[in-house]
Ligand binder design. Structure first.
Ligand code: HEM
Length: 384
């Protein structure tokens, strides 16, 4: 049984996860030489275990200087003291992020003339709104925002553990321009000097290094918001429109927010994350050896019946839905838990508030050929 598969090739990964959580929650996949972890308790234990470290992306000579600087400085990709510094920086940057202007962005993304026909919700809104919200919030001008929004899909390939020659070429093509736009903009931000001072008071590193950490982690916010943000907007719309969950007259913001949180548990955009054991780890009855690879299947943990009652049911009223592990937990937990829920809630509320009739075309949803994320390729809807 392979623990690793493309989401595009599996119609229902949840029945496989359910079986594994029950029968082999800590499973050694001999073919892929990786431990796959399915139960809620075991995932939480590893996410909180400092001996389960982030696999550091190996330096690749073919990546250009800007791409290398970004990879070397991202909080998401670092461990130890380097992670501490990068995370502190990312957290300060993130504290300036506001969920303002979502309505204005939606009005721009959904002009009247486009709504005469069916629209592809994924391309038109999901892949743009989260990144544009971050850019707008930091006051990037329209030209720079449009450029970054258009090219970010190429840059996110930087997060792939194994990059093809084609991916490297795409990353190199956009990394320099995105880095220089962000660098130029960063020095105009009102909190720029205070941020540099704060980090240099806390850690003994040069101003030049701090500057690179700041610029890289600001770019990190664009990168992190792209796939996951898009997937949450897609999957929560699918839940909203599925017959049982949707009765337009009864929908208010609180009800939509509950639906978004339950979507994060039930059908999350991110299905797994990886770690490497930096020493032997005892887990359930298995010994994970130093240097072994780990695949933490968060989407399986989210349906663990030992943590969630009637875990296979979509139930917005279950009282512990927010315990889901979709944002991880522990030292590397996502910074954008509330931000992401707010953007999805505001977006869906905008739809139900502005359109009497939202209908989805009957075609089966296809998913992107990705291992770590389950992201719809397209969702065709009409808005009247
Ligand atoms: C639905 C949307 C999102 C999901 C499901 C998600 C999920 C995650 C997960 C699972 C991690 C931890 C990875 C691990 O421990 O291995 C993470 C980390 C992170 N996320 Fe998110 N994320 C989302 C949106 C965002 C957005 C919109 C931003 C920024 C604007 C963001 C910024 C970050 C950052 C900076 C980290 C790294 C934290 C660290 O390593 O210390 N995320 N995210």
């Amino acid at each position: 049984m392979s623990a690793i598969f493309l989401q595009s090739e599996v119609e229902n990964p949840y029945s496989f996860y359910q079986k594994m959580t029950k029968e082999q929650p800590v499973y050694w996949d001999e073919t892929n030489k990786i431990w796959a972890i399915y139960s809620y308790a075991a995932c939480v234990e590893l996410l909180n275990n400092t001996a389960a470290t982030i696999p550091v992306l190996t330096a690749n000579n073919e990546l250009n200087r800007s791409a290398t600087t970004i990879i070397e400085n991202l909080a998401r990709l670092s461990n130890g003291i380097q992670h501490e510094i990068a995370k502190e920086t990312a957290q300060i940057l993130f504290s300036y992020l506001k969920t303002v202007g979502i309505h204005t962005i939606l009005e721009e993304l959904l002009p009247e003339r486009l709504l005469q026909n069916q629209i592809n919700w994924v391309d038109l809104v999901c892949k743009k709104l989260p990144v544009l919200t971050v850019l707008k919030s930091f006051d990037f001008n329209k030209k720079d925002s449009d450029f970054i929004c258009k090219k970010i899909a190429q840059l996110v390939k930087i997060m792939q553990p194994h990059k093809t020659a084609e991916a490297i070429e795409e990353i190199n093509k956009v990394a320099e321009e995105i880095y220089s736009i962000t660098e130029r903009h960063f020095v105009t931000l009102p909190f720029y000097e205070a941020l540099i001072r704060k980090i240099s008071d806390l850690y003994p590193i040069s101003q030049t290094e701090i500057f690179s950490i700041c610029v890289s982690n600001l770019i990190g916010l664009f990168i992190q918001s792209y796939d996951a943000g898009s997937g949450l907007l897609s999957n929560s719309l699918l839940q909203l429109l599925s017959k049982e969950n949707f009765s337009k007259d009864k929908v208010d913001k609180i009800c939509i927010q509950k639906m978004v949180v339950e979507t994060l548990r039930f059908d999350p955009p991110i299905h797994n994350t990886r770690r490497i054991a930096s020493k032997d780890i005892q887990l359930n009855n298995s010994t994970i050896k130093k240097n072994d690879s780990l695949l933490l299947v968060l989407a399986a943990a989210n349906r663990d019946p030992n943590h969630f009652a009637n875990a296979m049911n979509f139930d917005t009223e279950r009282n512990n839905n927010h315990d889901h592990l979709t944002f991880g937990t522990g030292g590397h937990m996502c910074l954008a838990k509330h931000f992401s829920v707010t953007i999805a809630t505001e977006t869906l509320y905008y739809l139900v508030d502005n359109y009497k009739n939202i209908s989805i075309s009957g075609n089966e949803i296809e998913y992107e050929p990705m291992i770590n994320a389950r992201l719809p390729k397209a969702i065709w809807i009409s808005l009247l």
